[in-house]
Design a protein around this ligand. Structure first.
Ligand code: ADP
Ligand code: ZN
Length: 793
């Protein structure tokens, strides 16, 4: 190994790191340190991912041709070795560019929001450049950066640990507000009267510190007593910054609950693992409304009590404002919520707040699995079955699987929670790889809602309403008269699903993709759901120029219209990706629904996820078959999960719930088992199908897609790859294809596909070898490798 060479992963889609030479006499930087390197005619910031030539690079260039590292940016790696290991695993497991993987575990790019001030606490050695700058007085972090000309964070981290400097967060950073927190200073303060005793009592119950508004909310008269305790020195008030509550969400206090017997049983095993600090994946399989959140929170509390941090992953942060609020109420300012509306600067600040141990609980979506939490003690993956955990661009990782790998690397337990576990996770629980914890009952006495199937075929034959069948319409009217709320699911947005020519039968298609256009805004706009192409709805057929066009199929827009027409007194609103794309609409609509300002909420799968609305007593599924027509091996699993989840939104309060499913396929097993809410029965049936067809969890999958603007070139490339993959197989995997992908054109590119089924390691190695043989070591243009794909479209 050459001692002066480092391999550097650059943040570009290259499959291998590049070798660089260190300037003569310079020490070799550690793995994880960022370096500025020349790259072509540019300079880029890369990460040192190894010393010496990377073994992946088969024929290293002679050393004299290597370019030199221009600048070493960090004096120590910013990410812990465990996270660097995780990034390396990611690159390997998903055949992803290492630069893209390391990027996930390093501080996000972007300017710090940074009104933070750095202040010297004790006189330090004058030759330290950071300390030298601070001699004259506190400085803004941004000013310090400017003066030093490089990122001072690694050094600041150490100086803060040594207690030499303090970083004071700006309290008025956007998205945050300042709040007063009372801290108990004396063990047994002298008390002047009942009110003061009450304050001290409340503070003790809250562990010695609490937000002032929480302390006095129900008794404003306590405020005077609080001030007097402060004057006496029994209490101290400190300012903390906290995330503003999502818009318009009414405050709900954290109520202390006594765990049920089921919860106790689940917790016994889980807390032991948290206590022991050992790697163990758990599958918390609890029906909807069984109190999974309380189990998560108690496990988090135990981790905190041991001085460990915790990461709580949710599929989509915008859809879980309640969990976020509950986490804040329970864990206070130590929670860091990573949501998509953070600015680049705020994201950067939060990264450092976690890295430096200020935030000990992280709540976030998929990418929060890479949060730089030191001394991690627990990872929770809520709704682990949710497809949102899979990233659909490179690196194509699955947040749940990464969580399990991180737990292994960090030696901590990982809890995967769901009412409808993914078939893979449940199989892992059955094989003993994961330990299963069950919550078989709802917390409330009502139990699970009653589910009724309405056969739309029969209603249609009788000349009935196509959108709302009579039973569903009557059930909605009944809820309206009782002032209860209803959810109406249709997992298809838009007004109409297609525009059909009555003369030639042709559908209006997207010019860029091989899909039909969806009609929006009562049919005035035609839009492609894949590339975003949008036009005014054409008045004539593109193929025969006929003028008789017909809208067919219906989406959420039309359902909302039909409901408003059928029940003119109802307050109807709609929630789907079209509506939620406007900033704030998602949070506002969920809040309005929670406050009872909406009677009937129509929506896509967005309304099915995790919500706890106690006044919902009816869930209607307008067309339960939407997902079943999709030619994908997971369509039954997804449909079962969606229907069971949305049914689980009904009857979570004091009144029993009812669910009505409208369908053309009342005998389909996904529907029947969702109806009886029998997960095990569904699983057995589904596993049989997967076994017959050789799909996960029986075999692993790898999907290889080649995209090309030129159809012939794409076809030629996929054929060559197919031949290579077949010759490497040796019975370890099967090669399906090459074929046109089901989505044959996307954004003006032709797509071709090879699907491999078999042993994951063998498939990965063969694909790597085939791509290297065809394209070389570093770049695979137009190729997408999807290891463990969620869909094969
Ligand atoms: P899940 O996530 O399993 O669907 P939740 O965690 O949302 O269920 O819990 C359902 C409801 O039950 C919530 O309103 C929660 O506050 C309440 N709850 C949970 N555990 C208890 C308990 N031990 N005692 C009383 N109420 C509880
Ligand atoms: Zn398109």
């Amino acid at each position: 190994m050459d001692e002066s060479v480092v391999s550097v992963a650059v943040p570009l889609p290259f499959q291998a790191p590049f070798s660089y030479r260190m300037p003569a006499g310079a020490p070799l930087p550690e793995r994880g340190v960022r370096v500025m390197v020349p790259f072509g005619s540019r300079r880029v910031i890369g990460v040192v991912c190894g010393r010496g030539h990377d073994p992946k690079q088969l024929e290293p260039q002679p050393q004299r041709q290597l370019k030199e590292v221009l600048q070493v940016l960090d004096e120590a790696p910013l990410a812990e070795p465990t996270l660097l290991d995780l990034a390396a695993w990611l690159a390997d497991h998903y055949l992803a560019p290492p630069g893209e993987c390391y990027k996930l575990v390093l501080p996000p790019a972007g300017v710090r929001a940074s009104r933070a001030m750095v202040r010297l606490l004790k006189p330090g050695a004058g030759d330290d450049p950071v300390l030298a700058q601070l001699q004259a007085g506190p400085l803004r972090l941004s000013a310090l950066e400017k003066r030093l000309g490089r990122d001072p964070h690694a050094r600041l981290l150490r100086l803060r640990r040594e207690g030499v400097v303090a970083l004071e967060q700006a309290l008025d950073a956007p998205g945050f507000r300042e709040v007063r927190v009372a801290v108990l200073e004396q063990e047994a303060p002298e008390l002047g009267g009942k009110a003061q005793a009450e304050i001290v009592e409340r503070l003790r119950a809250a562990g010695g510190r609490a937000r002032v508004p929480d302390l006095v909310r129900d008794r404003p008269s306590l405020r005077g007593a609080l001030d007097r305790l402060v004057e006496k020195g029994a209490l101290r008030l400190v300012s903390e910054r906290e995330l503003r509550a999502p818009e318009g969400l009414p405050a709900r206090d954290a109520v202390a609950v006594v765990p049920t017997e089921d919860q106790e049983r689940a917790l016994a095993d889980l807390l032991a693992a948290v206590e022991g600090g050992t790697f163990q994946p758990f599958l918390l399989h609890g029906v909807t409304g069984s109190g999974k959140t309380e189990v998560y929170f108690r496990a988090v509390e135990r981790a905190l009590a041991r001085g460990r941090g915790a990461i709580l992953l949710v599929p989509e942060i915008g859809l879980t404002p309640m969990l976020m609020r509950a986490a804040r109420a329970r864990f206070g300012a130590t929670v860091s919520v990573l949501h998509s509306e953070l600015s680049a600067g705020e994201r950067h600040d939060e990264w450092w707040r976690i890295r430096e141990g200020e935030a000990r609980v992280v709540v976030g979506a998929r990418s929060a699995v890479f949060a730089p939490m030191p001394e991690l003690g627990l990872i929770v993956v809520d709704e682990e079955h949710d497809g949102a955990y899979k990233q659909d661009e490179s690196p194509r990782y699955h947040g749940r699987d990464v969580a399990v790998m991180r737990g292994r690397i960090e030696a901590c337990p990982v809890v995967l929670g769901s009412a409808t576990p993914s078939v893979e996770s449940y199989a892992n629980a059955q094989s003993g790889k994961y330990r299963e914890l069950r919550l078989p009952r709802r917390i409330t006495a009502q139990g699970l809602p009653r589910v009724e199937i309405v056969d739309r075929r029969a209603v249609l034959r009788a000349g009935g309403e196509p959108i709302l069948t009579p039973p569903l319409r009557e059930a909605l009217a009944l809820r309206l008269s009782r002032r209860e709320q209803s959810l109406l699911l249709l997992n298809r947005r838009g007004y109409a699903t297609s525009l059909l020519c009555r003369e030639c039968g042709q559908e209006a298609m997207c010019p860029n993709c091989s899909v039909s256009l969806t009609l929006h805004r009562t049919g005035r706009l035609a839009r492609c759901h894949y590339c975003g192409h949008e036009v005014r709805t054409p008045e004539a057929c593109a193929s025969c120029h006929g003028a008789y066009l017909r809208l067919t199929g219906f989406g959420t827009e039309k359902v909302a219209e039909a409901v408003a027409a059928a029940l003119p007194k109802a307050r109807v609103d709609r929630l789907d990706r079209d509506r939620a794309s406007r900033r704030g609409v998602l949070a506002q609509t969920l809040a309005a629904f929670e406050k009872g300002e909406i009677d009937i909420l129509v929506g896509t799968q967005m309304i099915a996820k995790g919500h706890d609305f106690p006044r919902v007593t009816l869930v209607g599924v307008v067309d339960a078959d939407v997902g079943l027509g999709i030619p994908d091996f997971r369509s039954a699993e997804r449909t079962f999960q969606l229907l069971t989840q949305v049914a689980g939104r009904a009857g979570r309060g004091d009144t029993a719930g009812e669910v009505i499913l409208q369908t053309h396929m009342p005998d389909h097993y996904a529907l029947m088992h969702a109806c009886s809410q029998e997960y095990d029965a569904f699983f057995e049936r589904e596993l049989e199908f997967r076994r017959t067809m050789g799909y996960p969890p029986v075999a692993a999958l790898l999907n290889l897609i080649v995209r090309s603007a030129d159809e012939d070139k794409g076809r030629e490339a996929i054929a060559a790859l197919g031949a290579l993959l077949r010759s490497h197989a040796h019975g370890r995997y099967r090669v399906l294809g090459p074929a046109r992908a089901p989505l044959a054109r996307l954004r003006q590119e032709h797509r071709f596909q090879i699907l491999l089924k078999g042993q994951r390691k063998a498939m990965r190695e063969a694909v790597q070898a085939a791509l290297v043989a065809r394209y070389g070591e570093t770049r695979w243009p137009g190729v997408a490798v999807d290891v463990d794909p969620l869909t094969v479209m």
